[in-house]
Design a protein around this ligand. Structure first.
Ligand SMILES: [Cu+2]
Length: 135
């Protein structure tokens, strides 16, 4: 019985390693949910999957970065620092959530992780764009 189980366990371990190595990870919005109707100010909670962790801007550590929230903005050029304005909000202190005042109507939100110098990783670590309606 042991002779039979051992190769299976090894195969399982190899499979788990392969899946991990393949997984680049991503940023995602924990809340609000895509399509949600919410009231302003909106609490936005950021999540990270895969090997990624949060580090403050200026801290150069592999597989870390800080969140940027794109509000009603397309994905900016990925080979240069993310713009810093009302539509591209930097969380350089390593914050993982924010409270965002938004006008009534539809808005898009998208997360984009930036490295120590605010430049997206290659390939980028970002969420899908979600649409919310503010009452
Ligand atoms: Cu930044």
């Amino acid at each position: 019985m042991l002779k039979f189980l051992k190769p299976l366990a090894v195969a399982g371990a190899l499979l788990a390693t392969a899946v991990r190595a393949d997984s680049h990870g991503e940023a995602y919005l924990i809340s609000p949910a895509d399509g949600a109707t919410v009231k302003s100010p909106v609490t936005v909670v950021f999540g990270l999957r895969g090997p990624w962790g949060v580090a403050p801007a200026g801290t150069q550590v592999e597989h870390t970065g800080h969140h940027h929230l794109l509000v009603d903005a397309p994905v900016p050029p990925l080979d240069q620092p993310i713009p810093k304005d009302a539509n591209h909000i930097h969380f350089g202190a390593g914050q993982t959530e924010t409270v965002l005042p938004l006008a009534a109507g539809k808005h898009t939100l998208q997360l984009l992780l930036g490295d120590f110098a605010h430049v997206p990783h290659k390939p980028p670590v970002m969420s899908k764009s979600i649409t919310i309606t503010v009452e």
